[in-house]
Design a protein around this ligand. Structure first.
Ligand code: ATP
Ligand code: MG
Length: 560
């Protein structure tokens, strides 16, 4: 979709080889989220891969909700998942499926396995099953219920379905090999009893299939040709193959790839849910979250996320991508698109002593130097302005080139000003900086050719609008938040400074009409987008990214 260059990776190589062998073969992939949380950037990698392959090879990609566990799933998640995939720019057309739609079919297939003597009803408790399973070095022991007759198993399984037994009283297990070196093959559980309402099937079922039983068969039922999943399922592949071979149903090819890990965040839905439920963040779409909805609210574009997924590529080797790389991609995207404006986050008053009291001027400013078509706008100038507190120092070190007593600097798009005096309040804080301006430097250059060493951003006090800015930083302080000392929990690694709210941000008046989702570069400060919490009375800006790109530095240090 975005790429001029053809993508290559080991999965695309496999598919190309298959297509050479079998001309005209239709490729069919799927994205199978479990609706137990919001999608994150790791899911975006899988979405770009599965939907991307279908687009490139003229095939089809299903959206399948893997909704086999009624205890954790909610319709809210289904809705958010659909919104996020569409926003990323992908379309599943009519191919929206639910594993729960196959409950009847899966039940029939389970009955078929029982009839073949390949599955049995087991009365061991969950703990006993664990104890019987053995370890990597020790073979497991067979369940005492393993040799029930086919008739007895059929009868008991039907009774399980009919609700005759309480939760956990019995399970259905595959009958494979308790001494297999692969623990997944040691008579895995296929069905559990769970008297619980399901978000789609209601109270129709009180037995639910396990992921291992449902997943491969769902792929087969949908005629998936490439079942692409993350590496942790490599050890489950022999089991999926076994089921399909016993049942004699269509056989998708499973290919595993490395999941995306990112520094300074977590990607497990269980942990993300904990952050939401215990209010460490303000919901799934908090702009600090690695979720797609969080990134959208933060001001990331779908093109940038797709570009990120394309640049990190697909491989078999586990790795962790630096968050700075994602931010680098975001910045490149915003640099092209975001109009420039001036805003002051931490204001201090500047009074131009020799500027007439009531005079106002409109100065011309460039909207985006990266985009000549974006034109110019007018910004008002007057006697009293705001500049950034950090841009003035009374006793500056030698490398400080910004404003100080006696020094001349440029105000962007306006004039040269020179500081002549400062006034302090009773706490000793600077309350007013007095300057003079040179009318001949209008537009930003001196006719006599004299130079200044810095250019400051500013807004006119009389004209500016006051807003709230939310400054975001990394959610976790540690690169790997899961690395914790002793019994401490990953939440101990949360960054207490990950959100700083600034209430007194002053912005140029052109931003009065900014709408939720609009994104700007505040000159010298960073990229900011209008948050959906904004209303007619108050505009709130989220800092999407700082201007400084840390990735360039990190990349250089990696190369050394
Ligand atoms: P969790 O273990 O946190 O619940 P999950 O992997 O089980 O996450 P699913 O909803 O089952 O979440 O994932 C749907 C699809 O997205 C799966 O095919 C899975 O392989 C893929 N996926 C999930 N996380 C990542 C990741 N970090 N990188 C790449 N793909 C991922
Ligand atoms: Mg999963």
């Amino acid at each position: 979709m975005d790429d001029i260059k053809e993508k290559t990776d080991f999965i695309r190589d496999i598919i190309k080889q298959d297509l050479q062998k079998e001309a005209g073969k239709k490729i069919h992939t799927r994205f199978p989220p479990e609706p137990n949380g919001y999608l994150h950037i790791g899911h975006a990698k899988s979405i770009c891969l599965n939907f991307g392959l279908a687009e490139e090879f003229n095939g089809r990609c299903n959206l399948r909700f893997d909704d086999t566990n009624p205890t954790k799933e909610e319709s809210e998640y289904v809705k958010s998942i659909k919104t996020d995939i569409k926003w990323l720019g992908f379309d599943w057309g009519n191919n929206e499926y639910y594993a729960s739609d196959y409950f009847e079919k899966l039940y029939e297939l389970a009955v078929l396995l029982i009839k073949k003597g390949k599955a049995f009803v087991c009365d061991l408790s969950a703990e006993e099953i664990r104890n019987y399973r053995g370890t990597l070095t020790k073979p497991g022991r067979e369940s005492p219920y393993r040799n029930r007759t086919i008739e007895e198993n059929l009868q008991l399984f039907k009774e399980m379905r009919d609700g005759k037994y309480p939760n956990e009283a019995k399970v259905l297990r595959a009958k494979i090999d308790m001494s297999s070196p692969n623990i997944n093959m040691r008579d895995p559980v296929m069905y559990r009893i769970l008297h619980k309402k399901h978000h789609r099937t209601g109270n129709k079922w009180c037995i639910y299939p396990t992921y291992d039983w449902a997943h491969g068969q769902s792929d087969s039922i949908e005629d998936i040709t490439y079942s692409i999943c993350t590496l942790e399922f490599e050890d489950h592949r022999p089991l999926y193959d076994w089921f399909i071979e016993q049942l004699g149903i269509p056989h998708p090819r499973q290919i595993e790839f490395a999941r995306l890990n990112l520094t300074h965040t977590v990607m497990s839905k269980r942990m993300l849910l904990e952050l939401v439920e215990k209010k460490y963040v303000n919901g799934w779409d908090d702009p600090r979250m690695p979720t797609i909805s969080g990134m959208r609210r933060r001001g990331y574009s779908p093109e940038a996320i797709r570009n990120f997924c394309s640049q990190i590529g697909v491989s078999k080797a586990d790795s962790t991508v630096d968050m700075a790389f994602l931010e680098h991609i975001i910045r490149e995207d915003l640099n092209k698109k975001a109009p420039r404006v001036m805003g002051v986050l931490n204001p201090v008053k500047v009074i131009i002593d020799n500027y007439p009291q009531d005079k106002e001027e409109e100065l011309e400013a460039i909207n985006n130097p990266e985009d000549p078509c974006s034109g110019t706008r007018k910004i008002p100038f007057s006697k009293i302005l705001y500049i950034e507190k950090e841009d003035f120092m009374e006793n500056p070190p030698s490398k400080f080139f910004r404003l100080t007593l006696g020094r001349e600097v440029r105000l962007r798009y306006a004039y040269f000003i020179k500081c002549v005096d400062v006034i302090k309040d009773k706490n000793g804080e600077i309350s007013e900086i007095h300057c003079t301006y040179d009318p001949l430097t209008k537009g930003g250059d001196a006719p006599d050719g004299r130079k200044v060493k810095s250019t400051l951003h500013w807004v006119s006090a009389k004209h500016c609008i006051q807003t709230e800015a939310r400054l975001y930083d990394k959610l976790f302080m540690k690169e790997n938040p899961l690395k914790t000392e002793g019994s401490r929990d990953f939440k101990n690694n949360l960054n207490p400074q990950s959100l700083i709210i600034v209430n007194d941000c002053k912005l140029e008046p052109s931003l009065k009409t900014a709408k939720a989702g609009n994104i700007y570069q505040f000159e010298r400060l960073g990229y900011f987008c209008v948050d959906c919490d904004s209303n007619d009375k108050k505009i709130i800006f989220n800092r999407t990214a700082r201007l400084k790109d840390e990735w360039v530095k990190i990349k250089a240090s990696i190369k050394k």
